[in-house]
Design a protein around this ligand. Sequence first.
Ligand SMILES: [Zn+2]
Length: 270
Amino acid sequence: MTPMEKVNRFTKRELHEDEVFLFDVVLCDNDIDRDLEAFSEEALGSLKELLVGRTGILDHQPTAKGQTARLYDTALVPDPARRTRDGREYLALHGSAYMVRTSSNADLIREIEGGIKKEISIACACRDRHCSVCGQAQCSHIPGRTYGARTCYRVLDAVDDAYEWSFVAVPAQPAAGVTKQYQRGEAEDMDQKQEALLQEVETQLRGEVLAMCEQQGAVSKALTLAAEKMDLSELMALRSALREARAGTAGVQLCGECREEALGDYRQRL
Ligand SMILES: [Zn+2]
């Protein structure tokens, strides 16, 4: 099958060669990445199948509207001349993608043709994330350390699904590489839930405190500006102070230091 025949498996109408831009990307590999994780070869094999037909988001400028490309082919490409950081044979998953040429993606296509550095990120679900030394999901081995002759890292295995990939040009970043997202384990899920809950509490509390600040007469503006930047514990302290003040006098009595800080913030903004 020719590349155009492969492309046309995914298009509504048959596209002609000069209507599309074809380019290759390295989607991921089996090397240990900066998060001290590495895909197993089996995981790369699953991703090879799962990513075909998947849409990628191409974002050459953070402010620009995302543009998309689709993978029409993938291939596992070994590089006998290269070894992974821990000495295994290097294996990469390459993708071939197409974009339909439009006036709005002409600049992006020129950048890709010009060979700017790119950062690829793939979103996939991994059921298994285990230690390279002992094979356990939970253990006391520390990623990045070596145990005997073995380097400890997390092996990403059992890929269930691949959702999308993104391609971000990062001309300013010297060492662009591959990043990935994967389904988190239960412990990380809990951390995330707690984090989200704390965030929600903080948002609610900030709203409550800001409403109280509005009623503080001459210092309300300064207090509002200060409260906007406070963390959870500072917000709680301020709420207590404001409640006490409400119970006592009409205005709030901040301690000298807090007042100076609040006013300082305020003056800086003027
Ligand atoms: Zn271990």
